[in-house]
Write a protein that binds this ligand. Sequence first.
Ligand code: SAM
Length: 195
Amino acid sequence: MSKIPNWFEETPHAKKNFEEFLLPMAGKENLKFLQLGAFTGDASVWMLDNVLTGKGSELHDVDLFIETPELAFLKLEWGGIENTYLERTSKYTNVTLYKQHTHVFLKTAPLDYYDFIYVDACPEAVDVLIEAELSWFSLKVGGIIAFDDYEFGMERVNHLKTPKRGVETFHSRRREKLSLVNVPTHQVWLKKESN
Ligand SMILES: C[S@@+](CC[C@H](N)C(=O)[O-])C[C@H]1O[C@@H](n2cnc3c(N)ncnc32)[C@H](O)[C@@H]1O
C-alpha cells in the first residue's frame, strides 16, 4: 500500500487557486459549496476552516470511496480513506457527506443552489462532461465551477481517460454563458454569467 496522497496540497495550483478565488468569499453568510470527490477531506477541511465560516454556510461532499482504474496502481485502502474523511470532518456541523455516485446525486440536487462546485471525482472525459452538464442546473448565476486534472498526463495516451475533452465540450457548449476565471493549467475555473 502506498502513502495516502494529499492532492489538494501537492498538485500544482489546487490550493493556490482556492486561495485566490475562494478566499474573497470567506466568512460570507449562506454560502453553499459542493465537492464531487472528497477523498480524505483535504480540500473539505480547507474550505470549512477558511471560507465556509459564516452563518448558514455549508459544504456538501459526494464520494463513494471507490477505486477508479487510474488510481489502482496506488493500492490504497479505501475503508481507511473513508474513515480518515469521517474523522477529520466530524467536528464540523456544516458539512454533509453523500455517499452516492456523483451522477445519481446530481440528478436530484437542488436547482440554482451552489455558489461553488468542485469537480474532482472520476477523471474520465464522459463522466466529467455529465457532471458538468448536471451541475449547470445546480450552480447559481454568479457561481463558479472548477475542474481538477485538466492537463492530467494520460491525455496523450487516451483522451477518454482524462477530464480535458469533457471540460472543453462543456465550455464550448455553454461558452456564451460562462467566463473563464483562470488561465487553464492543471485546473479550469469557470463562472456562470447567466442561465
Ligand atoms: C482525486 S480524489 C478527490 C480529492 C479531493 N477533491 C481533494 O482535493 O482532496 C477523487 C475521489 O472521487 C471519488 N470518486 C470517483 N468517482 C466517483 C463517482 N463516480 N462517484 C462518487 N465518488 C467518486 C473517489 O472515491 C475519490 O475519493
